[in-house]
Design a protein around this ligand. Sequence first.
Ligand code: ATP
Ligand code: MG
Length: 429
Amino acid sequence: MHLPIRAVTPETESAEIIGWVHEVRDLGGLAFFLIRDRTGIIQVTIPKKKVPAEILDVARNVSRESVVRVQGTVKAIEKAPGGREIVPEELELISTAESPLPLDVAEKVPAEMDTRLDSRFLDARKPRVRAIFCIRSAVTCAATAFLASRGCINIATPKIVAAATEGGTELFPIAYFEKEAFMNQSPQLYKQMMMAAGFEAVFELGPIFRAEEHNTVRHLNEATSLDVEVSFADHNDVMELLEDLIVHVYDYVAKNCADALEELGVELAVPAKPFPRIPYAEAIEIANRTVEERLAFGDDLSPAAERALGDTVGQHYFVVDWPTDIRPYYAMPYPDRPEFCKAFDLMHPRMELSSGAQRIHDHDLLVERIGAKGLSPESFEFYLKPFRYGMPPHSGWGLGIERLVMTMLDLPNIREAVLFPRDRHRLTP
Ligand code: ATP
Ligand code: MG
């Protein structure tokens, strides 16, 4: 059985390894290979005069990024990566890589984002890129385990739907036999319906589809959302849950992903609780101290305003108490000042990570709010029905996983945090 490369130490006597040819160097009497697997890199040294002809034959013809198997003696050698090398007794070419390569996995030649994404399988061979996805995996595993430990039931809701969550044009229409259908922009309506089912606390990790026309470094057309909905909880309760989750996930990554963080050169600081809660009105004031394009009451926070706020606050924070008019119809207005609602956004200093709210659970108020947004309640009948049969008060949020990973690792572009991004111009691979 072959060993993971990391398991080969200077003390190992002999080993079999399988991996990709990272680099080839020929120094006359000696040939060096670096072989890479997902655990590390090892040097294979071939003293040309001392090894069998078959080995030399393979060594001469092998191209970078081919898959090879090496069986040999291990020697401690200070200058080599990991302080050891293998001198082969067997060298087998398992799978050849064509030359030239579409991009340089060893990163001696930098590649543009488009070149990288065109050959994402190769790009993802880079230890740095793999580190991002190891951390993303830890983030989703830790987040979902955390929610399960808090009593949330993992649900799966349809991605092919008949109606928009919030109306609007951010929808991808699809052909669904004789009917018009859409890719779901959010599990919002379905997770709320499960509150009427008495599930009390649910979560879903899944794709959301947004036909957003703009091409930015923080929007995708297919993103991953972690959605939560909790009954008998208000907006403050679910903000606390979200804050606990963020801190837990950061802490988990800091403790369990040391190698990947080191690969990325990230020193992860676990954010401190509680995150500041900044009322919308105050947020506007703070932003207006520095932004050029002043915001008026009732404006959404512009990217410039988000940056100004982030610079001022300097850590994760919530913007709370939003004007009811600029939040979705299902956000619960404050009874004593209905022009404001129990909605919130969780912000990283760089950008929005999550939106949430206490929801309206009163059927008639909900119908009224849907109408006030210029939408027709009839097209939401499947959603409204549960509100007539015992809907508990409830609250929830949706958290963008790519944005969470992107901000955690300080990645410049959201495309770094998704394997196969879908954007305005990219539908393959
Ligand atoms: P923004 O205003 O930043 O475009 P949004 O308010 O439209 O985001 P929501 O509908 O509130 O987004 O979705 C909840 C969360 O899902 C967002 O805070 C974000 O983390 C994530 N999200 C939403 N749309 C996208 C997208 N197009 N690409 C990546 N993540 C997204
Ligand atoms: Mg939002």
